[in-house]
Design a protein around this ligand. Structure first.
Ligand code: NAD
Length: 331
C-alpha cells in the first residue's frame, strides 16, 4: 500500500513507519517538526535501509497539504500529527483546538477531494473520560467529564470522523485508542525525548535515570489501590505499532474504534521498582500531592482488537525498560 503518515517523525509515528516499511508498504511522511527532529529520518533509514519521502508541512496549511495529495495517489492515511501535552492544552486551548481539530479537518478535506477513503487515527483512552469505571471497553460512551482540551480534541475528532463515515459510506475509518505507550525500538535508535519536565511517567523516569532531573515525583500515594499509587496500562510502543498493521488489515466501511492496551494494570510504584530491578540502580523518588484530573485506575479491555484484528500485546514492561535503557545509552 501507499501510505501517508502524518506526524511520522514523532515518537509513535516513527515506530509505526519502521513496521510499515518492514512489511513492504511504501510510505511518505508529513510533519512540521514542531515536536520532532529531522534526524529521525536517518534512524528510520538505518533500521529499514529505506528513507521515506518527507514533506516538512504543517497540516494547517491546506494548500501545501493538497499539493502532497496532488502528487501521490495514497491508499491510506495514518494520522498521528497533533499536540499531546495535557497541561499545555489547559494553558493554550485555542492552539490545541486549532492544531489538532482544524488540521484534521484540513486533512480530511484533502483526502475527500483526492478520493482517499481510508484513515487510521491516533486516539486516546482519554476519550472515555471519568465514568467511575477502571477498565474501558469500546461499548462505553465517550466524552464523559473530560477534564482538559487535549482530551476534548481527541473526542471531537472522533465525532467528526463518525459524521464523515455517515455522510460518505465509502470511508473506512479506524480510531485506535492508545493507553500508555512506553519503550522504544530495540535498536535504541528511536525513542521519546521531550524537552523540559515531562508529563508522562516513563520520560520522567528517563530524565531521573540520566541525572537531568534530581528525582521522580509520584503524584499521590493515597489512592484506593494496593500501594496507593495510580494504576495505568503501559503498552510497549512496538506492540502498539504492530496494532496499526493489524488495523490496516481490519479496515472496513464506517467508523470503528479499538482499544490498544495490554489489559494489565501496573502501578507507578511497581514501574519504579521494575525500573530499579532492570537497571540495577536505585531511582530517586518522592511522594507529592495528587495531580488534579488524574484518575486512580485506568486500563484497557483489549478483547475487541484481539477478536477482530487478531492483535494482542506481547511485550512486557521489563522489555520496555530494557529498550529504554538502550535508547538512553545511545543518546
Ligand atoms: N504518546 C502518548 O502517550 C499518546 C497516547 C495517546 C494518544 N497519543 C496520540 O498519538 C499521536 C502521536 O503521539 P506521539 O507520542 O508520537 O507524539 P509526538 O509529539 O512525538 O508526535 C507527533 C508529531 O506530530 C507533529 N505535528 C504536530 N502538529 C502538527 C501539524 N499541525 N502539522 C504537522 N505535523 C504536526 C509533531 O512535530 C510530531 O512529530 C498524537 O496524536 C497523540 O495525541 C499519544
Amino acid at each position: 500500500m501507499k501510505i501517508l503518515v502524518t506526524g511520522g517523525t514523532g515518537y509513535i509515528g516513527s515506530h509505526v513507519a519502521v513496521e510499515l516499511i518492514n512489511q513492504g508498504h511504501t510510505i511518505e511522511i508529513v510533519d512540521n517538526l514542531s515536536n520532532s527532529q529531522i534526524e529521525v529520518l536517518d534512524k528510520i533509514e538505518q533500521i529499514t535501509s529505506t528513507r521515506p519521502v518527507f514533506h516538512e508541512v504543517d497540516l494547517l496549511d491546506q494548500l501545501a497539504l493538497d499539493h502532497i495529495f496532488d502528487n501521490t495517489s495514497f491508499d491510506l492515511v495514518i494520522h498521528f500529527a497533533g499536540l499531546k501535552a495535557v497541561a499545555e492544552s489547559i494553558e493554550q486551548p485555542l492552539r490545541y483546538y486549532d492544531n489538532n481539530v482544524t488540521s484534521t479537518i484540513n486533512l480530511l478535506e484533502s483526502m475527500q477531494s483526492h478520493s482517499v477513503k481510508n484513515i487510521i487515527f491516533s486516539s486516546s483512552a482519554t476519550v472515555y473520560g471519568d465514568q467511575g469505571v477502571d477498565q474501558c471497553v469500546e461499548t462505553m460512551p465517550t466524552g464523559i467529564k473530560l477534564t482538559n482540551p487535549y482530551g476534548k480534541t481527541k473526542y471531537m475528532i472522533e465525532e467528526i470522523l463518525k459524521d464523515l463515515a455517515i455522510s460518505n459510506p465509502e470511508f473506512s475509518i479506524i480510531s485506535l485508542r492508545y493507553f500508555n505507550p512506553i519503550g522504544n525500538h530495540t535498536s535504541g535508535l528511536l525513542g521519546e525525548n521531550p524537552n523540559g519536565i515531562p508529563n508522562n511517567l516513563m520520560p520522567y523516569i528517563m530524565k531521573v535515570a540520566t541525572g537531568e532531573l534530581p528525582e521522580l515525583n509520584i503524584f499521590g500515594n493515597d489512592y484506593d489501590t494496593e500501594d496507593g499509587t495510580c494504576l495505568r496500562d503501559y503498552i510497549h510502543v512496538v506492540d502498539l505499532a504492530k496494532g496499526h498493521l493489524a488495523a490496516i488489515d481490519g479496515l472496513k466501511p464506517g467508523f470503528t474504534a479499538y482499544n490498544l492496551g495490554t489489559g494489565r494494570p501496573t502501578s507507578v510504584l511497581e514501574m519504579v521498582h521494575a525500573f530499579e530491578k532492570v537497571s540495577g540502580k536505585p531511582l530517586p523518588h518522592k511522594f507529592a500531592p495528587r495531580r488534579p484530573g488524574d484518575l486512580p485506575k485506568l486500563y484497557a479491555n483489549p478483547k475487541k482488537a484481539e477478536q477482530e484484528l487478531k492483535w494482542h500485546a506481547n511485550l512486557t514492561i521489563e522489555d520496555a525498560i530494557k529498550d529504554t535503557l538502550t535508547f538512553i545509552s545511545n543518546k
